[in-house]
Design a protein around this ligand. Sequence first.
Ligand code: TRP
Length: 486
Amino acid sequence: MPRETPKNLWRSRWGFLLAATGSAVGLGNIWKFPYITGEYGGGAFVLMYLACILAIGIPVMMTEIAIGRRGRGSPIDAIGRVVRENGGNPLWRAVGGMAMLAGFMILCFYVVVAGWAFAYTWKMLDGSLAASSVEALGGVFEAHNANPWQLGGWSVLVALLTLCIVGKGVQAGVERSLRWMMPGLAVMLLALVGYAFTSGSFKAGFDFLFHFDASKITGEALLAALGHAFFTLSLASGAILTYGSYIPDDQSITRTTFMVVLCDTCVALLAGLAIFPIIFANGMSPSAGPGLIFMSLPLAFQQMPFGTVFGVLFFAMVSVAALSSAISMVEASVAYLNEKHGISRLKAAAASGVVLLLISLLAMLSFNLLAGWTPLGKNVFDWLDFLTSRWMMPLGGIFMVLLAGYALRSEIMRDELGLPPLGYALWLFMVRYVSPVLILMVFLHALGWLGFDPVQRWYWIAGAIGALAVLGEVLRPRIVQVLAER
Ligand code: TRP
């Protein structure tokens, strides 16, 4: 079957790298990673996280990019084409549909959080954060959320910026904007690390992040590390797959994946090195939870020389990171409407924008007018987060590796990945046996159905991987039949 001619391609070799890094680097890196690292025991957690990135993050990302490039299209169409080439069941397109939907749903609450970052950049400047205690800053945060016009205004601003960029196209919108956003992000981050270095508590921050304590290797921490590995790399939400469909044929998927993952991990670690010394230098607690960057940090900046300048810089950095992630969440939907239904990208972005505004409005109002409206026990904001991170991303991940590891003929992936035999065997081993078991475990845990501690019972996991390897090979013709045939 002749290869699909790509409609869009990145203009330069950096295109995909910039875009995928932009998608991966977000609030997950700057806020969540430093904070959960502190909560789960510093260096021990960092080590587990790195292991999870290697064991499932990298193989799954390679898979998504390869499927995107092979199928050359938005998730539904790309998977459809790859499966058709393979002579398989078109139902697999549903996996692409779910991924696309997950990306869009994440966007609906992400614009609210990104709106916080944009608003705080402004508030840092106009003096409304000049409070004398963390409690008072908590009041500022609550007041911001209680006012639907303020909260909504900033979120709508983020949504409009995102839609304009995506509407302009892959090269003229996404690639061009990221060409200055990503270097800008790097410069701001390095400036902040330098500032933290001069704060006097750099060593305390460093030790907090990297002090290794073996007793901190626990099942809870391992599960958190696994879940975060998935989230921070934007996997199973259509973003990486769609961006992958614009990669030129001669670019190495493996090398590119390693670069994206390296950048993502470095940003997470550097963000920790920027935040914790500042927190410690002002005698604050590193485990303040969700309020860490919106309550403790603004106060810390106020107490330091040039604090306002660096405070603005910090929130501007968070805003850029969030915006570059938001772009990738809407790209899949816009690409889908554009390719499948021939709607121009600008119109597709406008149409997505209408749906986005309607749903995210409910998420914004969860904090004020609709605060009491909790259908089935959660408000809309929490539902969007819960459904995507607990159900859709892990399920999408499992189906993605089943597709690549079992349903597709091995030449297809081998062709795309272009790995030497040993590297290919390693990728296949991870995708066929290790990733499904580990993702399933995180999934069951997130639902509260995992009845054991994965660190204490590590041999159960090893056994499950071994059993899958043996059973998977013995029954493979049968599995392939079930998974791949109409
Ligand atoms: N990786 C992003 C972060 O670290 C968050 C994210 C999760 C995401 N899933 C996504 C971004 C899908 C874009 C698309 O903040």
